[in-house]
Design a protein around this ligand. Structure first.
Ligand code: ATP
Ligand code: MG
Length: 180
């Protein structure tokens, strides 16, 4: 399984629809300060369900929508899709390719999709449990995060190991069953 592409439209500095295509291997994104490199990483965390505006470096959730420039009007929505190659079926879904989409409008209305079908955030979370890919997965290591892991509480560090060995889905199911 690997990340094949990221499509952004109206997300932060990306007003136009832009498609980043990746291949199996290492990709680096380079560019001058403020050109939008970190926004690409933010787009991935956002589509995976990040709910904290602060961690996306904004004040409100609507701040992810392109806010306009001197010669360009603001956009009415932000949309991000990531496509994963799933030919090894590491994601528990029958498709060989999985596209996850999130879109939010200025009105606050928002939607999530898996391969074009509307779904809940919960479905996206469950799709990525134990893969290291979720919004809190270890596949995205932000600035300062290594420090946080090293100085974190043992329980917080434990969550990382749970994810790596693949028992998060069982723990979540147990918690849900105990609530009933
Ligand atoms: P650095 O090298 O300094 O880390 P970077 O390439 O990572 O820079 P980003 O932080 O990704 O840059 O991009 C910051 C730019 O994105 C700023 O110019 C900011 O104005 C722009 N930006 C962020 N949110 C929006 C938005 N909602 N609408 C328009 N532009 C935005
Ligand atoms: Mg940056």
């Amino acid at each position: 399984m690997y990340l094949k592409s990221i499509e952004v439209q109206g997300f932060k500095s990306f007003a136009n629809k832009i498609l980043f295509e990746f291949h199996n291997g290492i990709t680096g994104i380079v560019g001058p300060n403020g050109s939008g490199k970190s926004n690409v990483g933010d787009a991935v965390r956002w589509v995976l369900g990040e709910q904290s505006a602060k961690s996306l470096r904004g004040a409100s959730m609507q701040d992810v929508i392109f806010s306009g420039t001197e010669n360009r009007k603001p956009m009415g929505f932000a949309s991000v899709s990531i496509t994963m190659d799933n030919s090894d079926h590491k994601l528990p879904i029958e498709f060989d390719e999985v596209t996850v989409t999130r879109r939010v409008y200025r009105s606050g209305e928002s939607e999530y999709r898996i391969n074009g079908s509307a779904c809940r955030l919960k479905d996206i979370n469950e799709l990525f449990y134990d893969t290291g890919i979720g919004k809190e997965g270890y596949s995205i290591i932000g600035q300062g995060q290594i420090d946080k892991i090293l100085s974190g509480k043992p329980e917080e560090r434990r969550e990382l190991f749970d994810e790596a060995v693949g028992i998060v889905k069982f723990k979540r199911r147990k918690a849900a069953a105990q609530k009933k």
